[in-house]
Design a protein around this ligand. Structure first.
Ligand SMILES: [Zn+2]
Ligand SMILES: [Zn+2]
Length: 157
């Protein structure tokens, strides 16, 4: 069984804000209103988003040029993680140290990417399989990422 990830059950928005602010301040970077707006919009949208989706969400608050700079800065600080959808379009999401460990459902039709979290027992099973396979190759595992490709509800015939 797959449990859809609801952010509210995990880390609160205020906690994310605090953690991001702390990470930036360690790097002598200010958590400006614009940067705050971008992080909150990513939380609202949920799941990995394209620059176009993010631009629409932030509206007039953050112009495109500064959105690109903000994304580069957040990426540099390890606050966001860049991924791609089935069509190869770049998508951005908040890093797992902020959101918690999860996987992605990637729709090959519409390109939407959504977050899913496995039940704890299932996640342990995945860890075990990954560990066994990697250890057999003498590889020291740090983590894993799983993207499940297919068609979302709206895109099924
Ligand atoms: Zn779809
Ligand atoms: Zn996992």
């Amino acid at each position: 069984m797959i449990i859809p990830m609801t952010f509210d059950q995990k880390i609160s928005r205020a906690d994310v804000d605090r953690r991001v602010e702390q990470r930036l301040s360690e790097r002598q970077v200010r958590y400006t209103a614009g940067r705050r707006w971008v992080v909150r919009s990513m939380l609202d949208l949920g799941g990995p988003v394209t620059i176009a989706q993010l631009l629409e969400a932030v509206g007039d608050a953050v112009p495109l040029s500064s959105l690109y700079r903000t994304m580069a800065l957040l990426d540099d600080a390890g606050i966001t993680h860049k991924t791609h959808d089935a069509g190869g379009v770049a998508r951005y999401e908040l890093a797992e140290w902020l959101l918690g460990h999860h996987h992605h459902l990637v729709c090959v039709e519409c390109g939407e990417v959504s977050d899913i979290e496995l039940a704890p027992g299932q996640e342990q099973g995945v860890d075990q399989i990954v560990d066994d396979a990697a250890t057999a190759e003498g590889f020291a595992v740090l983590g894993h990422r799983i993207d499940i490709e297919g068609r979302c509800r709206k895109c099924q015939p």
